[in-house]
Design a binder for this molecule. Structure first.
Ligand code: NAP
Length: 222
């Protein structure tokens, strides 16, 4: 039975990943920040752990909690959007810290932990965003979020180099998805996005290590 880890699974895409992986018969370990989120995970039959990716002590506790575990798939879904800006609005220090600490520092704390818990040939995905692509960029809206996802992509690339030959590590864009973050007017139902993401991850080969892909498997320029 495959063992899947989902970080940031209290709601949205992370929660749907847990639902679909459980329905497919996988053993799932997943994280939430509070008791209500953990209860939703337990209801789905996942082992629920508490983790706030912005807290160093929480990340250390998570590392301790997964001692001895080995994952065939790992998904880093935790993320925040931050201020919904249109142009070159200067971010507050608090917004900058919240978005960069969640989307980038969290990954830089957790990827080294996960590196020691990946089964041979494991697949690891960070949920990035097409908004983080510099090559495909056509708007400055949400520039703080864009900067954070561009930085996350850099961090993922480094992880893919460090783990080459041991795991396949990719950045995935889930599409514009109807979640709290994506909003009610988004293109994609969360179930359809997650079905695509899981199919795409499953189809990866070692040659895809370090890539940036759309939910449907199409490459996205950095
Ligand atoms: N929805 C889209 O259209 C879209 C498009 C591109 C990329 N993405 C990316 O996909 C990922 C999931 O997005 P979503 O749409 O599912 O967002 P969402 O519905 O807003 O859910 C965000 C998830 O991240 C968790 N989270 C936030 N801050 C955290 C922290 N400090 N520590 C641990 N967990 C934290 C939340 O937990 P709490 O419940 O505790 O807040 C929640 O489980 C994000 O990385 C996002 O950037 C989404």
């Amino acid at each position: 039975m495959a063992h899947v880890l989902v970080i940031g699974a209290s709601r949205g895409i992370g929660l749907e990943l847990v639902r679909q992986c459980r329905a497919a018969g996988a053993q799932v370990t997943a994280t939430a920040r509070d008791d209500a989120g953990a209860a939703r995970l337990a209801e789905l039959g996942a082992a629920a752990l508490t983790l706030d990716v912005t807290e160093a002590a929480s990340c250390a506790g998570f590392a301790w909690a997964i001692d001895g575990e080995s994952f065939d798939e790992a998904w880093l879904a935790a993320g925040v959007y931050g201020p919904r800006t249109a142009g070159l609005d200067v971010p507050t220090q608090a917004d900058f810290d919240r978005v960069l600490h969640t989307n980038v520092l969290g990954a830089m704390r957790l990827l080294p932990v996960l590196a020691g818990h990946l089964a041979p040939g494991a697949r690891l995905a960070v949920l990035s965003s097409r908004m983080g692509s510099i090559g495909a960029r056509g708007s400055a809206a949400g520039w703080l979020y864009r900067a954070s996802k561009a930085a996350l992509n850099s961090v993922l690339k480094d992880a893919s180099l460090a783990l080459a030959g041991r795991a396949v590590c990719v950045a995935l864009h889930p599409g514009w998805v109807r979640t709290d973050m994506g909003g009610a007017g988004a293109d994609l139902d969360v179930a359809a996005s997650v079905a695509d993401l899981r199919r795409t991850l499953a189809a990866l080969t070692p040659a895809d290590n370090g890539g940036f892909f759309n939910h449907d498997g199409m490459p996205i320029p950095w």
